[in-house]
Design a protein around this ligand. Structure first.
Ligand code: AR6
Length: 167
């Protein structure tokens, strides 16, 4: 069965789901944006857990505990930097979403919250990014029951609402 997909406004660090996804960088270092907010809210143990993993690659995802977060797990997914769209960006973004759900299922999560990966500092245009997010999560692994797209602003929520309304 496909996961139930929903979008809402909010701060992903507050989400009481099994796993939240971090829009990470390949070094798994604390940056700004949603990544900085997650590192701040999870507490100092997250830095050590990420360092122990030794980094990951664009399109990939790895899990750590959620530490002080309400969520039990953090799945760190690396989306692509937007370079105009002809450098594999759509495939890499789809891979970041697909691998996030697979990694979440591997740790036993059934509910997962995503930020709009790559659409901030990495510059991916919002509408195509949300279309990819929705299409990829609709085809998610059967273990995942709920996917929530947590939007930090109205513009992002409107883009997800549009993508979710597509058949
Ligand atoms: N909850 C939900 N969404 C948020 C939050 C929050 N607390 N804070 C920001 N957003 P970005 P990227 C939204 O730039 O483009 C970092 O430094 C934000 O409005 O966080 O994938 C990493 O370490 C936007 O819609 O991620 C990487 O180096 C979305 O989250 C790099 O930035 C993603 O914006 C990743 O860039």
């Amino acid at each position: 069965m496909s996961p139930r997909l929903e979008a809402s406004l909010g701060d992903i660090t507050m989400e009481a789901v099994d796993a939240i996804v971090n829009a990470a960088n390949p070094d798994l270092a604390s940056g700004s944006g949603v990544c900085g907010a997650i590192f701040a809210a999870a507490g100092p143990e997250l830095v050590g857990a990420c360092a122990a993993l030794g980094g990951t690659s664009t399109g990939a995802a790895v899990a750590t505990p959620g530490f002080a977060l309400p969520a039990r797990w953090i799945v760190h997914a690396v989306g692509p930097v937007w370079h105009g769209g002809n450098h594999g960006e759509p495939e890499l973004l789809a891979s970041a979403y697909r691998r996030s759900l697979e990694v979440a299922a591997e740790v036993g999560a059934v509910s997962v919250a995503f930020p709009a990966i790559s659409t901030g500092i990495y510059g991916y245009p919002l509408e195509p990014a949300t279309a990819i997010a929705v299409a990829t999560c609709r085809a998610g692994p059967p273990e995942i029951e709920l996917v929530r797209f947590v939007c930090f602003d109205d513009r992002t929520l409107a883009a997800y609402d549009g993508a979710l309304a597509e058949p």
